[in-house]
Design a protein around this ligand. Structure first.
Ligand code: HEM
Length: 458
């Protein structure tokens, strides 16, 4: 890495890492304000990464030649997703796996999942998920509810699981698996060793084995019985690579585990932030409610997902709170990012909170103002909550659809108020939760009333 001129790699790496871990967004803003863009950040066990948070930097990174780009290595989430995961795949293998997976997430196909998403939300409101029935006077934990809804959507859309007993097995297994891979194991690879069944790593390995048992049993059942369904697993079982071969069971299991991990916490976090921001800003909430009321209670969920102000609210939420805040690429050849020369083996990245608050692009970047998305279209190098280039999030259409329909369903069925602790004061800090970052505290809401037009449907 040529670092004679330009940005310097900070000393006191551990101090920087601690600060970045405690308040990632503030740390990155501080570095930008102090040193300009780009700048190096050092991650323990990983090395220095050159970060940019500007439109021109994002353009350069996303348009870099694909043949010199790899995913970061070592990747802290490898134990979660598995070595065959699309997230870790390189080169031709990435192309092959992506060609197989991407059609299952195509926008036209995703539209069919509208009623699955609405039903999952209605069931949560009725108390059939992880929160009690949302009746007036109840206090609900938004994170628990959002996770339960998004997990159910993935289980139904991807695995075709609609039997409540099977769903409960999966929900328990996924919960144990993600909880077992908590902060220390994610951040400190040295802890990833067993100790006669008593170490955190042992608990994680056991939880992963339990989840894999469920996934493998579903794959075997589908293959054995030649069963077909309208879900994504079915599509993957019947898809073929260019050479005519089918995906192996082991690879399919890693891809399915990836979809579970990548697809539920990220969307859940965004839902919590959207509810939080809306309820801190009554005029924004009023405008959204008016749009939903005009559309009427029986509105088709797919149509609902296209409402312009709802769309703007979801985009503004992803702008201010991108659940995956950094996008990384490892280089296998020389490349210059914003004039800084990098060599093979170096890693470069985009800080999405910086990109989404670049003063050259965003007026009053700290404000939650969905109207900005009605006034102007933002390009893929200005607004990139799903990353970009050849590795852009494969589940982006599903996530977008889900965010809009869950939000619309909640807001047309209940009137909420943030519990007093969250009604005013500081915005909670975003901290890492497995693959995503989210508010450090579980934000709670009080159910004020049911919406008169939809109350009988609950
Ligand atoms: C609000 C929700 C979500 C956000 C913000 C999000 C964000 C991201 C980001 C930033 C990346 C990295 C892109 C890059 O490197 O350029 C990514 C990759 C990925 N996401 Fe998502 N994601 C979300 C939901 C989902 C869902 C619902 C699924 C699937 C069910 C999914 C599956 C994946 C996969 C498989 C990759 C790896 C793609 C590749 O390397 O080719 N994500 N996501």
């Amino acid at each position: 890495m040529s670092r004679q001129a330009g940005p310097r790699v900070p000393r006191w790496a551990a101090v920087h890492a601690l600060w970045a871990g405690a308040d990632f967004e503030r740390y990155f803003r501080w570095r930008r304000d102090r040193e300009g863009d780009p700048f190096f950040v050092r991650f323990p066990g990983f090395g220095a990464v050159l970060f940019t948070g500007t439109n021109s930097g994002a353009r350069e990174l996303f348009r870099a030649p694909i043949d010199i780009l790899r995913p970061p290595h070592p990747n802290p989430i490898e134990p979660l997703v598995g070595s065959a995961s699309l997230i870790l795949a390189e080169d031709g293998r990435h192309r092959r796996e992506r060609t197989l997976l991407a059609p299952a997430f195509h926008r036209d196909r995703i539209r069919r999942y509208g009623s699955i998403i609405r039903d999952a939300t209605l069931d949560e409101l009725r108390g059939h998920g992880s929160t009690p029935p949302w009746r007036p006077g109840t206090r609900v934990d938004a994170r628990a509810a959002a996770r339960s809804i998004t997990l159910r959507v993935i289980l139904t859309a991807v695995f075709g699981v609609d039997d409540p007993a099977r769903r409960a097995e999966y929900t328990a297994a996924v919960g144990a698996f993600l909880t077992a891979f908590s902060g220390p194991l994610l951040l400190v690879p040295a802890l990833r060793h067993g100790a006669f069944g008593y170490a955190p790593w042992d608990r994680f390995v056991a939880a992963r084995a339990r989840l894999d048992e469920l996934i493998s049993a579903d794959i075997a059942r589908r293959r054995g019985a030649g069963e077909t369904g309208a879900d994504i697993l079915d599509m993957l079982l019947h898809s073929r690579y260019e050479d005519g071969t089918a995906i192996s069971d082991d690879d399919l299991r890693d891809q399915l585990r990836t979809l579970l991990v990548a697809g539920h916490e990220t969307t859940a976090t965004s839902l919590v932030w959207a509810l939080f921001r809306l309820h801190r800003q009554p005029h924004t909430l009023r405008r959204l409610r008016a749009e939903l009321d005009d559309a009427g209670p029986g509105f088709d969920p797919g149509e609902q997902a296209r409402l312009p102000y709802l769309d703007a609210v979801c985009q503004e939420t992803l702008r201010l709170h991108p659940p995956v805040p950094i996008v990384l690429r490892r280089l296998t050849g020389p490349f210059a990012l914003r004039g800084v020369d990098l060599a093979a083996g170096d890693t470069m990245g985009i800080s999405l909170p910086l990109l989404h608050s670049d003063p050259e692009v965003w007026a009053e970047p700290e404000r939650f103002r969905p109207e900005r998305f009605l006034e102007r279209r933002y390009g893929p190098f200005e607004f990139a909550p799903y990353g970009g280039g050849h590795r852009r999030c494969v589940g982006a259409s599903l996530a977008d659809h889900e965010l809009r329909i869950v939000l619309a369903t909640l807001l047309t069925h209940v009137v909420l108020a943030p519990s007093p602790r969250y009604a005013r004061g500081r915005i909670p800090v975003a901290v890492p939760h497995n693959i995503a970052t989210g508010p450090h505290a579980g934000i709670t809401f009080d159910v004020v009333s049911e919406c008169p037009r939809t109350a009988t449907r609950m």
